[in-house]
Design a binder for this molecule. Structure first.
Ligand code: ZN
Length: 276
């Protein structure tokens, strides 16, 4: 698939009052600009000045006359990964601040013409549950036929409240809801492939037959189901964007850093929702 970036440069905006002293006072455009340059500067090891300090923001504003806005196309699809009660605070496999993705995703749902949602959907005797491995505790690992598997607390059991979408997530506009992880002997982090990395869920065929070219991923958790889905989507030839502020991570033993590196290596783009 040909690679194309559909960006529009927008002229520099005037510096708003108190810009930089209060993140909420910044415009979304300036926030985008700040993120882009903050990443660049932190990469250069120049993070000596606080990101929200006035001098830092002034430097960014001075140096960077343009920022990036992406236009959403009819061939774009927003994919919402596993925003389910069990992954939100109070749930069986709570992702810290997982519920904070809901308003961000809801605001995006109105911008995309096409949306797909996924649900982790396990039988009660699922092999990914520590409770089904005597002597094992949640978050330990075990060897299954397809390799190492993290053992989780029982979560997203089919038909349970925990498996339902977060009650405030707007789901009515979704064109498809895909369930995964329903086979007893195999887990499925990715929305595209089970954890043996060979058994497809069918999502690639669906997206291709609908003519989608770019996918924008949101949801839970950044370093597991979102990350695996993003890498598989890139592998399947889609142009992939992970909307970072519409995701939250579990971050188990450095898993977030590893996932970000793997996504970067796979050619996945990380963006902020303010770029859309
Ligand atoms: Zn699961």
């Amino acid at each position: 698939m040909g690679y194309s970036m559909r960006f529009t440069a927008v002229e520099r905006q005037p510096l708003p009052p108190f810009w930089g002293s209060n993140p909420a006072s910044r415009t979304s455009k300036s926030a985008v600009r700040q993120e882009i340059l903050a990443e660049s500067i932190s990469c250069l090891g120049l993070g000596l000045i606080g990101r929200n300090s006035l001098p830092f923001n002034f430097i960014l504003w001075t140096l960077h006359p343009y920022h990036i806005v992406m236009h959403i196309e009819s061939t774009d699809c927003l994919i919402v990964i596993d925003v389910q009660n069990d992954f939100c605070p109070g749930g069986a496999l709570e992702v810290p601040h997982g519920d904070e993705v809901v308003p961000v995703i809801n605001s995006l749902l109105g911008k995309f013409a096409h949306e797909v949602m996924t649900q982790d959907w396990h039988p009660a005797d699922h092999f990914s549950f520590a409770s089904n491995h005597p002597g094992k505790s949640p978050f330990e690992t075990t060897e299954l036929d397809y390799g190492e598997q993290v053992l989780w607390p029982d979560h997203c059991v089919q038909g349970s409240y925990g498996a339902e979408f977060h009650p405030e997530l707007k789901t009515t506009g979704a064109e498809m809801s895909l369930r995964k992880g329903y086979m007893k002997n195999i887990d499925s982090y990715s929305a595209f492939y089970e954890n043996d990395r060979k058994t497809p869920t069918g999502l690639t065929g669906y997206l291709n037959s609908r003519g989608f070219q770019r996918v924008f991923l949101t949801g839970l958790a950044t370093d597991f189901c979102v990350g695996y889905s993003a890498i598989d989507a890139a592998r399947e030839g889609f142009e992939v964007y992970v909307i970072e502020d519409a995701c939250r991570a579990i971050d188990l033993d450095g898993s977030l850093d590893r996932s970000k590196q793997d996504m970067h290596n796979a050619g996945v783009h990380m963006i902020d929702s303010t770029a859309l």
